[in-house]
Design a protein around this ligand. Structure first.
Ligand code: TXA
Ligand code: MG
Length: 334
């Protein structure tokens, strides 16, 4: 199902012209589509916040063509950051580092740090190379909504608020990058992703620590993030059929599970997701979008395994779920 699209050189050139004029280009990365703007142009950065309807204190990720560019955007690059860059870049890892003095405040939401990553998607790389600069790019969705993993999703989310979309087919990873910060010389995972804490620990030969209340804030870790419009509830495989029976009495229910629908159960929509973590992540947001359009009053997601390769998926399901949304409304006033 992985659709491969290859924009022409003319399309890349057009995208570069749009960016140089201070306008917005959505482009594919290996994780999700980004809404890109020239990271050195404050008025372009403001357009990103406006298009996404994103609060201005939520910092953006800056995408770089190569590891060398780290030195331009970060004032300090610890040994651990070079090691992780060497091991995982280009790829789905973002590093939070002290920002260089010239970095626009608009980019970092007023924080002293900056989030940086070198993406591996061939279209993102072609664009960055042709642009010869850095691209500030959050996920190309409205604030608080599911990240887009196809060009069609980007158009659905942003409509005319995006000036140009480079279509690179479906994003291979399918969920947002792992975000890492450093406390002293220890890595802290602020947002789990395809690069796991274990892999980071192995690369650094040191333990990876959990975030604390004083860790930098990450809007992707607000409980209300990544939510489909339909309320979502995560239920263990053992309880699924009972919860489904109970909830179906209230109206149509959709199920997202890694197995087929048992014969005796009835439901409006039973969506089967892949049984392996990489396949599940690849399809997760497009499946949730499809389910979201089915007019159900509830999505029941079967809980996923407890092992490390499922951590990022567990995280996204929990953040999309109804119990968390109630907590989020209280905690953030949104
Ligand atoms: O995979 C990804 O990371 C995608 C693709 C497009 O690269 N981008 C993405 O961007 O998910 P966004 O803006 O949707 O999420 C970036 C997260 C936000 O939660 C933001 O708060 C956090 O990165 N972030 C950015 N700068 C930060 C900083 N200086 N300190 C802590 N967190 C930061
Ligand atoms: Mg996002």
């Amino acid at each position: 199902m992985l659709e491969q699209m290859d924009p022409t050189d003319e399309q890349i050139e057009r995208a570069v012209a749009v960016l140089r004029a201070g306008n917005l280009v959505a482009f594919p990365t290996e994780t999700v589509y980004g809404l890109g703007a020239d990271a050195s142009n404050v008025s372009a950065i403001r357009k990103v916040f406006a298009a996404k309807q994103r609060p201005v204190n939520h910092p953006l990720i800056v995408h770089l063509a190569d590891t060398e560019a780290l030195k331009h955007w970060a004032s300090v690059v610890p040994r651990e950051a070079w090691l992780l860059a060497e091991t995982f870049w280009p790829g789905p890892l973002t590093m939070v580092l002290p920002r260089a003095a010239h970095v626009p405040r608009e980019l970092t939401g007023g924080q002293n740090t900056i989030a940086l990553r070198v993406p591996s998607h061939p279209v993102a790389r072609r664009l960055l190379m042709a642009f010869e600069g850095a691209l500030a790019a959050p996920s190309a969705n409205r604030f608080g909504r599911l990240s887009p993993t196809s060009a069609v999703h980007v158009r659905e989310e942003l409509g005319d608020a995006v000036d140009f979309i480079l279509d690179g087919g479906d994003c291979p990873v399918g969920i947002e990058s792992t975000i890492v910060a450093f406390r002293n010389s220890q890595a802290v995972v602020l947002r789990p992703g395809a690069v796991t804490a274990d892999q980071i620990g192995e690369a650094l030969q040191s333990e990876v620590v959990a975030p604390t209340a004083s860790s930098p804030r990450v809007s992707g870790t607000l409980p209300s993030h990544y939510a489909p419009r339909t309320p979502l509830k995560v239920v263990s495989a053992d309880n699924l059929e009972e919860v489904l029976r109970r909830e179906s009495a209230q109206g149509p229910v959709a199920v997202l599970a890694r197995r087929g629908r048992p014969e005796h159960t009835r439901t409006t929509l039973w969506q089967v997701a892949p049984d392996d973590a990489a396949g599940y992540a690849h399809h997760l947001y497009s499946l949730l979008r499809r389910i979201d359009g089915a007019g159900c009053h509830l999505i029941i997601a079967e809980a996923v395994p407890d092992s490390p390769e499922w951590t990022a998926i567990r995280d996204r399901l929990m953040r999309g779920s109804v119990e968390d949304l109630e907590v989020a409304a209280v905690a953030t006033g949104t």
